[in-house]
Design a protein around this ligand. Structure first.
Ligand code: FES
Length: 107
């Protein structure tokens, strides 16, 4: 199980972390936390252009720094770019007392 503090993240704030040995990240939006594996469906590379920077210039979509694919924050669906129609892999997570809690695949 992985626990990540998110209570200090502002709206549209992002944080990268490692879960089960894999890079992941969380985005806060409208009081909800959206967590994904940090892997672009296009080439499997990590998305951010700088630590903790996952959103596009306007701060409305997740953007891959490699070729600029854009993903919806709420669903991870790619809406522009070379992996159009594919999606980021969402993590099953819950929020507990200001922390994001993700169960391990192994249980
Ligand atoms: S690797 Fe992400 S858009 Fe190409």
């Amino acid at each position: 199980m992985t626990r990540i503090t998110i209570a200090d993240l502002p709206d549209l704030g992002c944080r990268s972390f490692v879960h089960d040995g894999e890079p992941c990240f969380v985005v806060m939006k409208d009081g909800q936390a959206y967590a994904y594996k940090n892997s672009c469906p296009h080439l499997g590379v990590e998305l951010e252009w700088e630590d903790g920077k996952f959103l596009d210039f306007e701060g409305v979509l997740i953007q891959c720094a490699m070729h600029g694919a854009l993903f919806l924050i709420e669903s991870g669906e790619c809406v522009s770019g070379p992996c159009l129609g594919q999606s980021l892999q969402a993590l099953e997570a819950r929020v507990d007392n200001g922390q994001l809690v993700i169960a391990s695949d192994a249980g």
